[in-house]
Design a protein around this ligand. Structure first.
Ligand code: GLN
Length: 299
C-alpha cells in the first residue's frame, strides 16, 4: 500500500495551496490534515514521521483540491468556532464571522445587566439566525434569558436547532422559520432584538472573494440595491416587538452607518453612537424605541 509521512503531506499540500494563491497555506494545510487524522493541530508536530494510509491520503488530496478551488476551510471542516462554541455548518448557513462575536458580546452584556434588575426570564430574539451562532452564544452567556432564533430558511433553522442540541442549549433556545417578523405573533415582546442581517449591496456580490460569493448562501449576504433592505425592515417593524426599555442591536456594513442612523431616527428610534469593529469600521448599531411613527390605519 502507498503511504506518505505527515511532514511530507504538509509540505506538498502547502506548496500546492501556495501555488494556487491560497492565503496562509501552511496553517490551512495543517488544519485540514489534523481534521482528517482526527487530532489537534499541534499534535501533528509530534507525529511528523507517522505514516498516512492511502484512504486518508485520498481524503486529503480531495480537501486540498477543494480548498485550492476556494471552498472555505470552515466548510471543509464542517465546523467553526464562535464565542468559544463549536458551531456546525451546512450549506444553508453563513459562516459566522469573527466581527459578529463582538455583537453577541454586546448582546449578552446588555442582557446580563438587565437580568440583575429583572424578576422574570428575559426574552431575546436573534433575527436571521443562520447557524444560530448569536442566539447560542447569548444563551450560553446569560443565566435567565430565553432566546428565539428566526430565519426565513428552513435549512438554516434545522442547522441552528441541531447546534442547540449539540451544545445542550435546547432548553434556553428555540428556532422558528419566519420571514422577518411576518410569522411572529404580534403579542411577542422581547427585551432585546439582535440581528446580523444581509447587508451587502446586490451589485457588490460579484466582487466578493470566491470563498464568500460561491459558498455562503446568497440569501444571507444580499441586502438589495443599497444593502439596506433588511435594516429598513428592522427600523420599520422591530419597535412593535420590543418591551419598554428594550433594545435593538444590529451589525451593519462598511459605510452604512450614516444612512442607518437616519433611517432609525426617522422611525422614532433613539440611536446610540455606532460602535466600531477592530478595524475601526462603524459596525454595531444600538437603538432603543422611543416613540414609534404611527402607521397609516393604526391608532
Ligand atoms: N446570524 C447569523 C450570523 O451572524 C447569520 C447571519 C446571516 O445569515 N446574514 O452568522
Amino acid at each position: 500500500m502507498w503511504v506518505m509521512k505527515v511532514l511530507e503531506v504538509i509540505k506538498r499540500g502547502t506548496e500546492y495551496l501556495e501555488n494556487k494563491g491560497v492565503e496562509s497555506p501552511r496553517l490551512q494545510m495543517e488544519l485540514l490534515l489534523a481534521h482528517i487524522l482526527n487530532m489537534p493541530r499541534l499534535e501533528l508536530y509530534l507525529n511528523y514521521d507517522k505514516e498516512i494510509d492511502e484512504r486518508k491520503l485520498a481524503a486529503c488530496r480531495e480537501s486540498v483540491k477543494r480548498r485550492a478551488d476556494r471552498e472555505p476551510l470552515q466548510r471543509l471542516l464542517g465546523v467553526t468556532a464562535f464565542c468559544g462554541l463549536e458551531i456546525k455548518l451546512t450549506p444553508d448557513v453563513l459562516i459566522p464571522r469573527p466581527e459578529t462575536e463582538f455583537l453577541a458580546e454586546l448582546a449578552w452584556d446588555f442582557l446580563t445587566d438587565l437580568e440583575s434588575k429583572a424578576d422574570s426570564t428575559l426574552m431575546a430574539l436573534d433575527w436571521g439566525t443562520g447557524s444560530g451562532c448569536i442566539a447560542l452564544a447569548i444563551a450560553n452567556h446569560t443565566n435567565n434569558t430565553f432566546v428565539t432564533g428566526i430565519d426565513v430558511s428552513p435549512g438554516a433553522i434545522k442547522t441552528a436547532a441541531g447546534n442547540a442540541l449539540e451544545l445542550n442549549l435546547q432548553d434556553k433556545t428555540r428556532f422558528l422559520v419566519s420571514d422577518g417578523f411576518n410569522d411572529i405573533p404580534d403579542s411577542s415582546k422581547f427585551d432585546l432584538i439582535v440581528a446580523n442581517p444581509p447587508y451587502i449591496r446586490s451589485d457588490e456580490i460579484e466582487n466578493l472573494p470566491a470563498e464568500v460569493r460561491d459558498h455562503d448562501p446568497i440569501q444571507a449576504l444580499d441586502g438589495g440595491s443599497d444593502g439596506l433592505d433588511f435594516i429598513r425592515r428592522l427600523a420599520g417593524e422591530a419597535g412593535d416587538f420590543l418591551k419598554p426599555g428594550g433594545c435593538l442591536m444590529s451589525e451593519i456594513g462598511h459605510g452604512q452607518s450614516e444612512d442607518v442612523i437616519s433611517l432609525f431616527t426617522a422611525h422614532g428610534w433613539s440611536v446610540a453612537p455606532v460602535k466600531a469593529d477592530l478595524c475601526g469600521i462603524p459596525r454595531y448599531l444600538t437603538a432603543g424605541f422611543t416613540q414609534g411613527t404611527p402607521q397609516p390605519g393604526s391608532d
